[in-house]
Design a protein around this ligand. Structure first.
Ligand code: IRN
Ligand code: FE2
Length: 618
């Protein structure tokens, strides 16, 4: 069990990362934008012989933790975060503010006095596109407009790499046909969004979120699922879970809450979330019909979509690919249908013996989503739930339908990405990416792992982290995390942290393999710190500085050990890095005394060899 020592404010973790400060990079096209990043300050390198000190340049890293890690920002979760995007949205002149919410259910809840204790301080009136207007980033991109959101993500993706000195040559990487540029420009972002190859989830009613981009030509992103399951947890706890997931690196979160107070819980999460928030609206719709799938109707679902869109949900998982005809294809599977949303829709289709209302009403769903800029995350309701079921007929039939629906979403200029598996052995993973690219016209792929084996409950963050790293390398844009509790229970805070960090490292491993220009720098800085026994810097550059420090201190807690040239794994006499340093020092000393002995010696030998003729070939 990891220690959670971070100080809190109203039960919310606000501790900045060690030796880190928040910096804000201003936009050029849009000077009103300030892109948050984290700058890690490093210690000097001390020459082991001369004791001369050389400073190390600080390292800027991608930061998803929001204003919570900036001590200069005042935060009150009862008021919500600063609405940084609101003015950008208003400046475009295409939205109107409504007098009240459009959802009947929502207004009923708002008038229910028994819910007053769950109420948020401010209730912002929702925005919607003016009549006949489309307010999606895709729509603007196609018109050739570079929005502040687009410039924001361009600056964010670069992480100031062009200003940082490279510590080594970058490995070229293999990107399987992606086209990652040396530097991300706002125009490149616009082009990628315009062709549907990237998505910026950015509901006009979630102006608190810092924009981020999903696409195979950008850094691989991760999603953390949070949310209670009917059990009672307080609202502060729910907000803290969201903040906690972002702290460790979640690029966006999904609120998968079920139970009575979904609406209120979501309000708190969205108002306090610095990252985009996704949901699966069918879960709440099912709640409204008391859990009886057959009782679901298009009208109830439609009202739920509007309710959530006006609250600010940035993307909806919609399982519209679970068609009636595909359900029997799952009959012979070992684990049948494992998707919650997929199984609800399958039950509805069979009970009514009708085509899914999500499929038949798809164009109407698009009409709703484009007036708020909610993105589609087309659900994989028929994903395989075990190794034996991987890449089967049901799974790929659904994928074809998701491709067909992507094209309809694009016709409406609604942003769209596609969900993928699940459980897939390593050798069958690439086929998933290839088929998705083909079927869905390169719309971003967003996968759940995949888990590469079924035999390790308790370690499924790892069984799936392996698959996630692979599919991320092949071009998947976002990885949905899996925690150690997968298949076993609801994750606690500790599991969330483990899950997020595991996925962050899988995503980063993929970025390295793709040869993303911003990836290797952090590895190089950490390696250099490690080699030079700058322990503090090694901790601070890592994804989980607290844990790294804790592990180190378990055996060598003394402050002096933080500059010691060894750790407790090998001890002082067997440290390879220490010995290497001694070898280098020895050679350097020799060189000072006798000139370059090594090179001269080699040159002599080489001459000797050439004169004798190449004996090697005899
Ligand atoms: C991601 C890729 N495939 C599925 N997911 C996520 O799984 C989805 O976004 C949601 O967060 C979670 C549960 O979805 P089902 O079980 O309702 O499909
Ligand atoms: Fe599973």
């Amino acid at each position: 069990k990891k220690k959670d020592t971070a100080p809190k404010q109203d039960g919310i973790t606000r501790k900045p990362f060690p030796s880190s400060k928040k910096i804000y990079v201003q936009g050029k096209l849009h000077p009103q934008i300030n892109v948050a990043m984290r700058e890690i300050t490093l210690n000097d390198t001390v020459d082991s012989m001369t004791k001369k000190r050389t400073p190390n340049e600080s390292v800027t890293v991608y930061d998803t933790s929001g204003p919570y890690t900036d001590p200069s920002k005042e935060i009150n979760i009862h008021n919500g975060l600063e609405r940084i995007r609101e003015q950008w949205i208003l400046d475009r002149g295409n939205v109107e503010q409504l007098e009240q919410f459009s959802s009947e259910y929502c207004n009923e809840r708002l008038n229910d006095e028994s819910l007053n204790h769950l109420r948020f301080n401010h209730l912002n009136k929702p925005y919607r596109a003016k009549k006949g207007k489309n307010v999606t980033q895709l729509h603007y991109a196609k018109k050739g407009i570079i929005t502040p959101e687009m410039e924001y993500v361009a600056i964010r993706e670069n992480q100031r790499i062009d200003e940082m000195t490279r510590l080594s040559k970058q490995h070229p990487g293999q990107d399987f046909g992606a086209s990652i540029p040396e530097k991300i420009t706002p125009e490149f972002v616009r082009e990628e969004v315009a062709r549907g190859r990237a998505v910026i989830p950015s509901n006009i009613n979630h102006p608190e979120a810092e924009p981020m981009i999903l696409g195979r030509n950008f850094l691989v992103k991760i999603n953390a699922n949070i949310g209670n399951s009917a059990t009672t947890s307080s609202i502060e706890e729910e907000v803290e879970k969201a903040v906690w997931a972002c702290r460790w690196g979640a690029d966006n979160i999904m609120d998968l809450s079920t139970g009575k107070n979904i609406h209120e819980t979501r309000e708190w999460i969205i108002r306090n979330s610095p990252v985009p928030v996704g949901t699966v609206p069918i879960y709440q719709a099912l709640e409204k019909v008391n859990g009886v799938a057959e009782d679901l109707t298009w009208e109830i679902f439609r009202d739920t979509l509007i309710e959530q869109a006006e609250q600010g949900v940035d993307y909806f998982t919609i399982h519209a690919g679970v068609r009636l005809a595909y359900v029997p294809m799952t009959a012979k599977r070992i684990t049948g249908i494992v998707s919650r949303g997929g199984s609800i829709m399958a039950k509805w289709c069979l009970a009514h013996h009708k085509e899914s209302f999500l499929y038949t009403h798809f164009e109407e769903i698009c009409e709703i989503m484009k007036v708020y800029d909610v993105a589609f995350s087309l659900g994989d309701g028929l994903r395989p739930g075990c190794i034996a079921d991987a890449n089967d007929q049901a799974q790929f039939a659904e994928l074809e339908t998701l491709g067909e629906l992507t094209k309809i979403a694009w016709k409406h200029e609604v942003q769209c990405f596609i969900e993928g598996p699940g459980h897939v052995p390593m050798h069958m993973i690439k086929a998933n990416m290839d088929k998705q690219l083909e079927a869905c016209g390169e719309a971003p792929f967003y996968t759940l792992g995949p888990l590469t084996t079924d035999i390790a409950p308790g370690y499924d963050h790892i069984t799936s982290g392996i698959g996630a790293a692979m599919i991320g390398w092949y071009g998947t844009a976002m990885l949905c995390y899996v925690t150690p509790k997968e298949h076993l229970g609801l994750p606690n805070k500790d599991d969330v942290r483990t899950g997020v960090v595991t996925y962050k490292l899988a995503a980063h491993a993929a970025d390295l393999a793709k040869g993303h220009p911003g990836a290797q720098h952090r590895d190089d800085a950490l390696s250099k710190a490690r080699f030079e026994f700058r322990w503090e810097d090694q901790f601070n550059l890592s994804l989980d500085p607290e844990l790294a420090r804790e592990y180190h201190d378990e055996t060598l807690p003394a402050e002096g050990a933080k500059i010691a040239h060894f750790c407790s794994m090998c001890g002082p006499k067997f440290c390879s890095m220490k010995i290497t340093q001694e070898v280098r020092d020895y050679a350097a000393k020799k060189e000072m005394e006798e000139g370059n002995v090594f090179e001269e010696g080699m040159k002599e030998k080489s001459e000797e060899f050439k004169q004798k003729g190449s004996e090697v070939y005899l």
